[in-house]
Design a protein around this ligand. Structure first.
Ligand code: CP
Length: 310
């Protein structure tokens, strides 16, 4: 399978076979991601990271991935310090960066920004999150986490909880889980339900997602609970945010209603959705999940750049 030169703007850009291929490669990257093995597979290559929105995990794990592969990184996370501040368009910025680098990672507040970047760049473009739209590399690492910890995805009962309207990670993940045959449960406040078009896409893939507002009742027999932050920055009206903030909180008492081997995931950052007491339990997987961003992004960078990692 050859992914050299491809863009990754949406998880829909990948087939089921391509997703599993990337996840297999990610497994091979683990000793490199931990620094136990060394490689110069991407020596001489330059990754450009263009972060128009804040990030900790995505930006740093992409940078770590590139460094672990022997490549170099340029980029910005303060667009106010670039010529965008002087009125330069995104298209012109991308044209410039394309001539300085071999692969581009972009995070932007506007849905569609990564697709536009991919149209203007010759090099591969990876979407690191576009507004409330998509977050395909988070999706890949979420799938990798589930596969690694549960041994399969097909047939698992997976609950996506929280802000399903504005949360881009769950938009990508719902589609991918439906594609890979998981049983989907959506738990959210009435006003933050999964967008209809994503529910429809999941149904077209053969899934029959069930929607609930009550977490306690729905959690009983799930295998994975994927919790999300209420995306305060995407609410047009702060009153509406105040109405739903704190709707769900995973704590030790709630976990008493859950299966013994339930795993709790979260793309992070968390605010108050998961009690820190849960961190010490065998259910907590979110920090390991964040680490898996490194091998998954290493796999992706090496595949899109056509490098063989040995
Ligand atoms: N999960 C995630 O995208 O985290 P960051 O916003 O810190 O990159």
């Amino acid at each position: 399978m050859n992914l050299k030169g491809r863009d990754l703007v949406s998880i829909r850009d990948l087939t089921r076979e391509e997703i599993f291929y990337i996840l297999e490669k990610a497994e091979e990257m683990i000793p490199f991601a931990k620094g136990e093995k060394k490689t110069k597979a991407l020596e001489g290559k330059i990754l450009a990271t263009l972060f128009f929105e804040p990030s900790t995990r995505t930006k740093l794990s992409f940078e770590t991935a590139m460094h672990r592969l022997g490549g170099n990184v340029i980029g910005f996370s303060e667009p106010a310090m670039t010529s965008i501040k002087k009125g330069e368009t995104l298209a012109d910025t991308i044209r410039m960066v394309d001539s300085y680098s071999d692969i581009i990672v972009i995070r932007h507040s506007l849905e569609g920004a990564a697709r536009l970047a991919a149209e203007f760049a010759e090099s591969p473009v990876i979407n690191a999150g576009d507004g409330a739209g998509r977050h395909p590399t988070q999706c890949l690492l979420d799938l990798f986490t589930i596969l690694r910890e549960k041994g399969r995805i097909e047939g698992l009962k997976i609950a996506l909880v929280g802000d399903l309207k504005y949360g881009r990670t769950v938009h990508s993940l719902a589609y991918a889980l439906a594609l890979l045959g998981a049983e989907l449960i959506f738990i959210s406040p009435e006003t933050l339900k999964m967008p209809k078009e994503i529910v429809r896409d999941c149904q077209e893939l053969g899934a029959e997602p069930k929607s609930f507002t009550n977490l306690e009742r729905a959690i009983k027999d799930v295998d994975v609970i994927y919790v999300t932050r209420i995306q305060k920055e995407r609410f047009p009206d702060p009153t509406e945010y105040n109405r739903v903030v704190g709707s769900y909180r995973i704590d030790i008492d709630l976990l008493k209603h859950a299966k013994e081997d339930l795993v709790v995931m979260h793309p992070l950052p968390r605010v108050n959705e998961i009690d820190p007491e849960v961190d010490k339990t065998k259910h907590a997987l979110y920090f390991k999940q964040a680490f898996y961003g490194v091998p998954v992004r290493m796999a992706l960078l090496s595949l899109l750049l056509g490098a063989d990692v040995k």
